[in-house]
Design a protein around this ligand. Structure first.
Ligand code: APR
Length: 236
């Protein structure tokens, strides 16, 4: 397990032009999360749900990683066993910055993948930036059941949270970049781990910053060199 966990949220991708969720003008201002991102969305609002994710997938095609993704990717390449890159983001910007998909733990799913809804199958298909129907006509090529975006919706289990917990057990330095802390309880983790760094653009009501050893309220691209320095001093 890793000694350093770099945990990110939508804020790290904001400077690449991807909307955050809860900042003013964020995605959850524009869309009703209970309609397109809820455990029952594929049953009750299938067309709207698929349309929402098709649009976001297509939007991702021309998005490029920013300096923060690049620096974190370089760190992970330099210390592959000591760093876990764990993100709530479903975009592929760490991968575009050079990391292998298996070296990034995407807690909430991955935008360019579809998953078969058949519990006996659950096969995952990488579709790039295509719409769901352009990729497979909406049906699983293996079993014929309906496909869905490979995204964790509200009210659904998030199997990768177990990996987060396992990494936190051994973690000595916990780095948080660009999350409001409303979904994953970073306060509790910061209390558990010896040393912690928080970087957000601005304070969040859900994060108690006094629990962190270092707090950087600035853009991720402005904070990331200091963060990398901290990680390198710690691991060298
Ligand atoms: N640099 C650093 N932080 C930034 C930047 C930036 N350039 N821009 C915004 N932020 C910070 C904001 O200050 C805010 O604290 O990013 C955070 C974004 O918070 P949210 O929009 O709530 O995103 P996130 O915490 O990742 O959401 C968690 O909620 O809706 C679900 O599944 C979705 O994974 C998502 C989860």
């Amino acid at each position: 397990m890793a000694r350093v966990v770099i945990f990110s949220g939508a804020g790290i991708s904001a400077e690449s032009g991807i909307s955050t969720f809860r900042d003013s003008g964020g995605l959850w201002d524009e869309y009703d999360v209970s309609i397109i991102c809820n455990y029952d969305s594929m049953q009750k609002n299938e067309a709207l749900t698929i349309e929402f994710y098709d649009k976001r997938r297509a939007d991702l095609e021309d998005k490029e990683p920013n300096y923060a993704h690049d620096v974190i990717a370089d760190l992970k390449e330099k210390y592959p066993d000591d760093i876990a890159v764990i993100t709530q983001n479903v975009d592929n910007l760490f991968e575009k910055a050079g990391l292998k998909h298996e070296d990034v733990i995407h807690l909430h799913g991955f935008m360019t993948e579809l998953r078969c809804q058949n519990r006996e199958c659950e096969e995952i298909f990488e579709i790039g930036y295509k719409s769901q129907y352009d990729a497979y006509n909406g049906s699983c090529p293996t079993c014929g059941f309906t496909l869905r975006p490979n995204i964790v919706f509200f009210g659904e289990a998030a199997p990768k949270y177990e990996e987060l917990s396992r990494h936190i057990q051994d973690c000595e330095l916990f780095v948080v970049i660009g999350t409001s802390g409303n979904i994953v309880g970073v306060n509790t983790i910061a209390q558990y781990v010896d040393r912690s760094v928080l970087n957000n653009y601005e304070p969040s009501a859900a994060i108690e910053d006094a629990l962190f050893s270092k707090v950087l309220y600035k853009k991720a691209t402005d904070a990331v060199e200091e963060i990398a320095g901290e990680v390198e001093v710690f691991l060298d």
